[in-house]
Design a protein around this ligand. Structure first.
Ligand code: ADP
Length: 172
């Protein structure tokens, strides 16, 4: 299985998440991971149980706007099992970010589960940059909804769009 996916000769990483919305912590992982592979697929999960603030299309748009032009990065959505998505895209490497010990237990469980479903799939973890260790999409939403300043927490290019959606609309 592993060798079959290496036939393409390309190292393809998949970075999955909800990205509701993308933060500077996510962008930092994207920018660091893309240097280690031939192609990085940022995969926005559509099958999460909690109701997201941004639609899948909006989340994809915000990620694309944050990244700008980069031929090595593809942004798309996925539903169903990550192992199936990885196979479909000839990838055997999942990239995840780790912020704190609190992330570890869940990520450890997911990595083992995916390994169990597909022994050819590896999960690689990248440590957050220290400046972003406190940062999550939930924190950004909480601040934005209440009219706080999200400068430095999300990419500058999408700051206004996030405020517009979460704060302005809530308060009209
Ligand atoms: P969340 O909603 O918790 O912010 P996502 O599901 O969108 O997270 O996260 C996708 C991936 O990005 C996960 O591997 C998560 O650990 C990682 N990630 C999220 N925020 C950060 C951050 N500030 N630094 C490093 N990795 C992060």
């Amino acid at each position: 299985m592993f060798s079959k996916r290496m036939v393409t000769g390309k190292m393809i990483f998949i970075y999955p998440g909800s990205f509701d919305p993308i933060t500077n912590g996510h962008l930092d992982i994207i920018n660091r991971a893309v240097k280690l592979c031939d192609k990085l697929i940022v995969a926005v999960g559509t099958n999460i149980s909690k109701k997201p603030a941004f639609s899948v299309e909006e989340r994809i748009e915000l990620i694309k706007a944050s990244i700008g032009e980069n031929d090595k990065i593809e942004v798309t959505s996925f539903s169903g099992l990550l192992v199936d998505f990885a196979k479909k895209h000839n990838s055997h490497i999942i990239i995840k970010g780790l912020r704190a010990v609190s992330d570890f237990e869940y990520e450890f469980q997911m990595a083992l589960l995916n390994k169990n479903l597909d022994s050819g799939l590896e999960t690689l973890f990248m440590m957050t940059s220290v400046n972003y260790s406190f940062l999550s999409s939930s924190v950004v939403k909480e601040i934005a909804i209440n009219g706080g300043d999200i400068e430095g927490l999300v990419p500058d290019r999408i700051k206004d769009r996030i405020m517009e959606k979460l704060f302005v609309r809530k308060n009209v």
